[in-house]
Design a binder for this molecule. Sequence first.
Ligand SMILES: Nc1ncnc2c1ncn2[C@@H]1O[C@H](COP(=O)(O)OP(=O)(O)OP(=O)(O)O)[C@@H](O)[C@H]1O
Ligand SMILES: [Mg+2]
Length: 485
Amino acid sequence: MIRIWTDGEISGALDRLGRVGTSFAYAPEAAAQRAVSITMPHRLPSYDWPHGLLPIFEMNVPEGALRERLIRSFSKATGSFDDFDLLSIVGRTQLGRIRYSAMDAVLDEATPFQSVDEILRARRDGGLFDHLLDRFARYSGLSGVQPKVLIRDEKKFSAGKARRSSSIRAATHIVKMWDRDEYPELAANEFFCLLAARKAGLDVPVFTLSDAGDALVIERFDIGDRGYLGLEDFCVLNGLGAAQKYAGSYESRLFRRTRDFVDPADQPQALQALYQLFVLNCALRNGDAHLKNFALIYDRVDGPLRLAPVYDLVTTKAYLPNDAMALTLDGSTRWPDAKRLTQLGQLRAGLSPSSIGLIFEETADAMADVWKEAARYFVGCSEPGVGERMKSAWEEGIAEALGRGRALTKKASPSPQEPKPLAKSQAALLELLRTEGGALLGSVSSIAAKLSLPPSTLSGALKALQDRGLISREGRSIRLADRDV
Ligand SMILES: Nc1ncnc2c1ncn2[C@@H]1O[C@H](COP(=O)(O)OP(=O)(O)OP(=O)(O)O)[C@@H](O)[C@H]1O
Ligand SMILES: [Mg+2]
């Protein structure tokens, strides 16, 4: 049996049921606010599920590389291993407000410290991936197929009292990595998709791409000022197991469900944000927008719900040239055109044609803007072909889904006035150049030592800044280019 906690207090117990099922019973004395899900109010009879875990408990069970790693490490000790066993390991450090422990144990969420900066500056192929999985897999109660872990670096947390609190002992960031043989440059792909979401005005948590492009570090958005927020994905909200994440239609499983759960007063805002995100997914050609990639969040289980910030946006067409949508719209997984998307916005999100037109325009502008930076990144990355395929996918998406004839290359010509976000090491080097009057003389290792950077990171920064035309190099001399940066 496993004890279930919500918001740090006892909620009930989960047990096995038959050969492969599970049964959850609330502690009789637990208050209504201890409910594990908005779909499972407190009651005395147990909630029984004949196959695997109830959706709310299955929601954060590791999948993919993380799951394999955990099974490899722990099945030696236990022989066989299923989701119930996995929960008893990673359940004490999970996303959201539910925790799991042995029946006689107290809650202990302590997660080892890991500097975010160290991850951002790690050199390519330096074993980061294996190190993080080895050290953090057991603290990583989060789902998703891509390799990822939860880590703790409270000093790097950006907002909110609880977030800044030095007493945070639990995980604060998600680190997403990628498998070279499967989805090269996936972190950069997601980085630029998330950047487009932010530019288009959507709510996106703080995220950073590592200097080497190996990892994407994202702040948890489920930590509020007074503790953890409730987080329920659309598999849970539809009463479905994770295996059903590609099943059904966007109309009923996403838009109708949002109407079902969000208070009428908050619906216009939630539906508009959901629609905007859906439109962006079509324009980015993200064929993996399944039910676990949308969620609602809340402060209290009996309080109002809102759409979760944006996560997991990827141009999947960069890897799967024929990729279609994850769920159906109008009975088909074919990408919709602008006319069909306009109908969806009017019918399901209650939007006027003019506000829909504005959403299309803002989405196209955001993507064109982001592509300027993406183009620069992909030229010098490990697999430039990914960038080329992303670009064609975005152009196709902008033309078909948004009905805009916007060529990304034309827009992509560099303009000196445009602000260019720089990696930390690049910014540090520019700062040093400025304080030194615009020029530096010395070997890479001596300048790296001045900046407390590994020489390989400095070499990467030098190359990137040269590619951007921000510095020039001649032998051991480095100069600021003759323009304002
Ligand atoms: N910033 C965040 N804060 C809190 N929870 C998050 C955040 N980002 C993602 N999540 C949760 O973690 C889960 C896994 O993350 P994500 O979807 O990014 O992984 P993935 O491996 O790319 O997924 P997929 O299997 O869909 O490709 C999400 O389904 C969501 O529940
Ligand atoms: Mg996902």
